[in-house]
Write a protein that binds this ligand. Structure first.
Ligand code: ZN
Length: 458
């Protein structure tokens, strides 16, 4: 791990102080950088061949437009969703995976010309630890497709990259991960009506709010299929991870105001989650970079993470590094030598598997780890050059203790850390004014939570 790697004299001297203070009283820290055998196995089991077979089957339904045919068993979105459900049931048979439709009727709107049944396929793997099973991580891809005219429900719309790639990745994760136990609950979702205005994801996210579900993290995988840019360059060594800072709302909420008041705009919930995904993803998938983009999404574009962000959940978007716009939202046709359309031959199935492995490693790590500490506060009631943090104790039975992490205010990833044991207050000999801090919960196996950014304790 790259922690405590800085060679800058100021930071190095400060770190020596911090560690010096800690070494006497604190029990040995769990090894937070080690590979968990279970996660290594999951990563190996993710199969590019199965992912390719899923994509080609999804393409075989001709169109998965949200208002397309639902009666046929071979064509249209109805056949597609019934196949996704039956395939996840088949693959998850004998495991605790529960597969269900989440259906509602959407009224007429900008991209829905008649009341239409919108159906998400939702596979839930319940958490195995009582103290953690109410904590939920969601991973999605959208199985609907479109061509040039977003209202054309009849023309072929193969959607091999947008977004059979993300759907296939989610199906493969459900299939592989259903064979393992995790403390927290995982939800694998094939979402409908993304192209018609994020309707399926909005419905599920709103239900989650109504049911007061604790959605601790959400990833959408949308356009993760191709490693080839429109100019022919191949880049199969990275994936973009879009992570919002603070929401663009008219009125600033009190938590956001407090975040900004301490310079914490790079410490929003999505940014903390992205930091964790980058660290874990790059640990388990060698030679592959998680390129965090400090944006909600691409310019004026969107995805199924947005309804989750809008409801205050930490949500992120995975997308390939260089999109080829001739191969998305385009009728299948040739113009001169140019082939247009979102066809399966333009996908790179080994690349999709790598992105699925990053997702799976991050989901496994998050759902094996304790919850991020709650009510983390930075003491500001006395003027001092140290940083004193306090937090509420976690409830997991396998909790080992807590770890304070920090970085310089201009650094993207955590740079230093100190394990402080099973306590609820600790002091680091670094100035809170010069570094950003976070507190992580660590279990006995070394699984580490996302960091929680402290609010000022007055
Ligand atoms: Zn899409």
């Amino acid at each position: 791990m790259a922690y405590v790697s800085s060679t800058r004299p100021l930071l190095a001297a400060a770190l020596a102080l911090a560690f010096g203070a800690a070494s006497a009283a604190v029990p040995a820290a769990p090894d937070v950088a080690r590979h968990q055998a279970q996660i290594d196995k999951i990563v190996i089991e993710i199969s590019p061949q199965r992912i390719e077979a899923y994509v080609r089957k999804l393409v075989s339904f001709k169109t998965r437009h949200t208002m397309s045919e639902t009666e046929s068993d071979t064509v249209g979105i109805g056949a597609a969703r019934r196949w996704i459900k039956s395939e996840m049931e088949r693959c998850g048979a004998g495991s605790r995976l529960q597969v269900a439709f989440d259906s509602h009727v959407a009224p007429v709107s900008a991209r829905i010309s008649r009341p239409t049944e919108i159906v998400n396929v939702v596979a839930t793997l319940p958490g195995a630890q009582a103290a953690s099973k109410d904590r939920i991580y969601v991973v999605s891809g959208h199985y609907d497709s479109r061509n040039t005219d977003v209202m054309d429900a009849k023309g072929d719309a193969p959607g091999a990259n947008d977004d059979a790639s993300g759907t296939a990745a989610v199906m493969e994760m459900a299939c592989v991960m259903s064979r393992y136990d995790f403390d927290a609950t995982l939800v694998f979702m094939a979402v409908a009506a993304e192209e018609q205005g994020l309707i399926g994801a909005t419905h599920w996210a709103e239900q989650a709010v109504q049911k007061k579900l604790n959605i601790a993290g959400m990833f959408t995988n949308d356009i993760i299929g191709s490693s080839r840019a429109d100019d022919g360059r191949i880049d199969d060594k990275q994936v973009r991870l879009f992570a919002e800072s603070i929401p663009a709302t008219k009125e600033m909420s009190e938590p956001v105001r407090t975040l900004i008041a301490t310079g914490g705009e790079n410490d929003s919930l999505p940014r903390q989650l992205a930091r964790h995904v980058k660290e874990v993803g790059e640990r388990y998938v060698p030679d592959f970079k998680v390129s965090v983009v400090y944006r909600r999404d691409r310019y004026l574009r969107g995805g199924d993470h947005m309804p989750f962000l809008a409801r205050g959940f930490a949500a992120l978007r995975f997308s390939e590094p260089n999109e080829d716009f001739a191969h998305q939202h385009q009728n299948v046709r040739t113009e001169g030598a140019m082939q247009y359309g979102d066809l399966p031959e333009f996908n790179d199935y080994n690349y999709i598997a790598k992105v699925a492995r990053v997702n799976a490693a991050a989901l496994a790590s998050l759902s094996l780890a304790p919850a991020a500490p709650q009510q983390v506060e930075m003491r500001t009631d006395k003027l001092e050059n140290n940083s004193s943090l306090m937090w509420k104790p976690n409830t997991e039975p396998d909790l080992a203790g807590y770890r304070i992490v920090w970085r310089e205010t201009t650094a993207p990833q955590w740079e230093g850390s100190m394990y402080v044991g099973n306590v609820t207050e600790a002091t680091v000999k670094l100035s809170k004014d010069n570094y950003f801090f976070g507190v992580q919960a660590v279990d006995k196996d070394g699984n580490t939570s996302v960091a929680t950014y402290p609010t000022p304790k007055r």
